[in-house]
Design a protein around this ligand. Structure first.
Ligand SMILES: [Zn+2]
Length: 66
């Protein structure tokens, strides 16, 4: 069983998917656990998806969060 603190959520600031208390990418705490879709960015500079989503870091991101 997964405890609530360990649940995956998406940062409302940068859309990074993370577990724990705050975003591992930007350090912000507002987050949503009802995000939709996810995308892995391995190379933000060469990824069309990253460009579209205006992502500049590698990592795992929610496509949509609310
Ligand atoms: Zn963030």
């Amino acid at each position: 069983m997964v405890s609530k603190a360990n649940k995956e959520k998406s940062c409302l600031n940068c859309r990074t998917i993370y577990r724990g208390e705050k975003c591992t990418n930007c350090g912000e705490t507002p987050s949503s656990d009802s995000f939709k879709g996810r995308v892995h960015i391995f190379n933000a500079e060469e990824s069309e998806m990253a460009d579209k989503m205006k992502l500049h870091n590698k990592g795992e991101f929610a496509i949509k969060s609310k």
